[in-house]
Design a protein around this ligand. Structure first.
Ligand code: NAD
Ligand code: LMR
Length: 342
């Protein structure tokens, strides 16, 4: 049932007999920041994947107990724990996908950019280790501000001479998950049927849901477009405020990150029909990084779906132009940070 919810309808028909207790492939996944609010539920969801043979859990603290607990689940993957910088290299060796939710979350009143000073350094040091130990892995960056941490990671990988832009991903799946949920609720549709591409970046107005490209094709009033767009853009803040100082989205984020891991593993496994929105190095606009729908394959991004940006509504066109200066500044801040450090 879990996997079913990640899988598009047509795909589901092929996979009716799926059983998560049966190994179907043997990929290795590492989670860096595995004992955190996102890390723990994400580890549980990845532990349920039939495509995973080894799950490497890394954190600076408290990871032993999480791994011991998880290792009792009778699903195929072996769970190994790694604590602290001295064990980071071993956590990464031989890994196919590295997921990074390490770093501090927001409290009410903060922007994602307010996390930059702490999280930029964390992402930089983790990516240095990724470059040294598993340079061919798919890298999924969750740590905020994603608009800057992905450019930081790209610079570090370039400095190490191992940058493959097709394999570095900012995880924006939660924006799609939220858009799908809110649109289905508003239009009284079955959730499984709704798919909204979300482009741009992952903060405030840089999050741009393309409601005109929703599948199935739907019509929205101007008021609905405005209300849904603002709700999707502020959904992270909605959770930060509801948690009132206890952090930001963790469960929905783990769900979204697990979907992106599963999609990556299916792509690595040769499935030719895997599409996700993600924040990547991009030529779709004049900005060097931009989130859009891509086709994933064995080597990472196989194609960028440029048609999503064609035939936009006037509202979407304006929102696209409006987000560019903020996204550009966040990218430059990340690149500037990495260059200053060397
Ligand atoms: P958390 O504080 O609960 O967990 C973070 C974990 O990272 C902790 O276990 C901590 O020990 C660990 N950590 C800190 N420094 C580390 C290092 N150098 N190496 C390894 N681990 C380290 O926070 P959380 O709620 O899990 O959120 C984590 C990050 O994810 C935040 O930056 C948050 O803003 C971001 N986030 C992103 C999205 C998205 O859509 N991309 C969604 C939600 C949260
Ligand atoms: C989210 O969208 O939930 C995350 O980016 C966390 C946050 O700070 O909002």
């Amino acid at each position: 049932a879990l996997r079913d919810s990640f899988v598009p309808k047509a795909e589901k028909q092929k996979q009716r007999s799926w059983n998560y207790l049966q190994p179907q492939a043997s990929y290795k996944v590492a989670i860096l920041g595995a004992s955190g609010g996102i890390g723990q539920p994400l580890a549980l969801l990845v532990k349920m994947s039939p495509l995973v043979s080894a799950l490497h859990l890394y954190d600076i603290a408290n990871v032993k107990g999480v791994a011991a607990d998880l290792s009792h689940c009778n699903t195929p993957s072996q769970v190994l724990d790694f604590t602290g910088a001295s064990e980071l290299g071993n956590a990464l060796k031989g890994v196919d996908v590295v997921v990074i939710p390490a770093g501090v979350p927001r409290k009410p009143g903060m922007t994602r950019d307010d996390l930059f000073n702490i999280n930029a350094g964390i992402v930089k040091s983790l990516i240095e280790a990724v470059a040294d130990n598993c340079p061919d892995a798919f890298i999924h960056i969750i740590s905020n501000p994603v608009n800057s941490t992905v450019p930081i990671a790209a610079e570090v990988l370039k400095q190490k001479g191992v940058y493959d832009p097709k394999k570095l991903f900012g995880v924006t799946t939660l924006d799609v998950v939220r858009a799908n949920t809110f649109v289905a609720q508003k239009k009284n549709l079955k959730l499984i049927d709704v798919d909204v591409p979300v482009v741009g970046g992952h903060a405030g107005i840089t999050i741009l849901p393309l409601l005109s490209k929703t599948k199935p094709s739907l019509s929205f009033t101007d008021e609905e477009v405005q209300e849904l767009t603002v709700r999707i853009q502020n959904a992270g803040t909605e959770v930060v405020e509801a948690k009132a100082g206890a952090g930001s989205a963790t469960l929905s984020m783990a769900y979204a990150a697990a979907r992106f891991v599963e999609s990556s593993l299916r792509a690595l496994d040769g499935d030719g029909d895997v599409y996700e929105c993600t924040y990547i190095q991009s030529e779709l606009t004049e900005l060097p990084f931009f989130a859009s729908r891509v086709k994933l394959g064995r080597k990472g991004v196989e194609a960028v779906i440029s048609s999503d940006l064609q035939g936009l509504t006037e509202y979407e066109e304006k929102a696209l132009e409006a987000l560019k200066p903020e996204l550009k500044a966040s990218i430059e801040k990340g690149v500037g940070f990495s260059r200053k450090q060397t």
